[in-house]
Design a protein around this ligand. Structure first.
Ligand code: FES
Length: 208
């Protein structure tokens, strides 16, 4: 949330509570992806870059494909016009999201070889770069979890130094995450994006 909205929540909690309740209720019959895409379009229409980055990240996390995002932008052409669509695409390019690369968009999800599973001890976290994507990989006694290193807030690529034990704190606005669950535990409200993974012949593979 922006500093201005945070301020209004503190200064005028009665009014702002109604505002947020209205937004929640207004989308309750829509599936999450549709809601996300409408939110993305509203942010492009208002040209609020921070909001656009945040809602784009949420849409991708909820399962929208890059093609669906581009379709939503193009379908909104009568309201947005070409200049705002180009504004949004420039931001997407600046975010350097691997899934928006043309070669990735033309292929279905693929399994990527991340590392030897044995390199990770139970309770350990490692940051790994794999095929152009940053990952945090956590192992507990039964399971290995693979998370995208991009912050769900505004897609900052979180570095290894942001890790303190099992807590990962994004350097940009200090949202903090528990890497054993991926949940956001401070400041924000969205979890890390988790990729499906499996171990085959001792190699950890992740799907994106
Ligand atoms: S980009 Fe804002 S907390 Fe990570």
């Amino acid at each position: 949330m922006s500093d201005a909205l945070n301020y209004l929540v503190k200064a005028r909690p009665e009014a702002m509570t109604h505002y947020f309740a209205f937004l929640k209720d207004a989308g309750k019959h829509l599936d999450p992806k549709t809601r996300d895409l409408i939110s993305v379009i509203t942010k492009v229409h208002a040209q609020t870059e921070r909001g656009f980055r945040q809602y784009l990240g949420r849409a991708l996390r909820d399962g929208c494909t890059p093609m669906e995002v581009l379709d939503a932008l193009l379908m909104a052409f009568p309201a947005l016009g070409l200049a705002k669509i180009v504004w949004a695409v420039d931001i997407i390019l600046a975010m350097n999201l691997p899934e928006f690369k043309p070669e990735a968009m033309s292929s279905k999800g693929q399994w990527h070889d991340v590392m030897a599973a044995a390199e990770l001890k139970p309770g350990e976290v490692q940051r790994v770069d794999c095929d152009g994507r940053g990952l945090f990989v956590y192992r507990d006694k039964k399971d290995i979890r693979v998370y995208d290193s991009r912050c769900p807030h505004q897609s900052t690529n979180i570095p290894h130094l942001a890790l303190d034990g099992l807590t990962l704190t994004c350097p940009k606005h200090e949202w903090a995450f528990d890497v054993s669950t991926g949940e956001c535990i401070k400041k924000g409200n969205s979890p890390l994006r988790r990729w499906e993974s499996k171990v085959v012949k001792g190699r950890l593979l992740a799907l994106w």
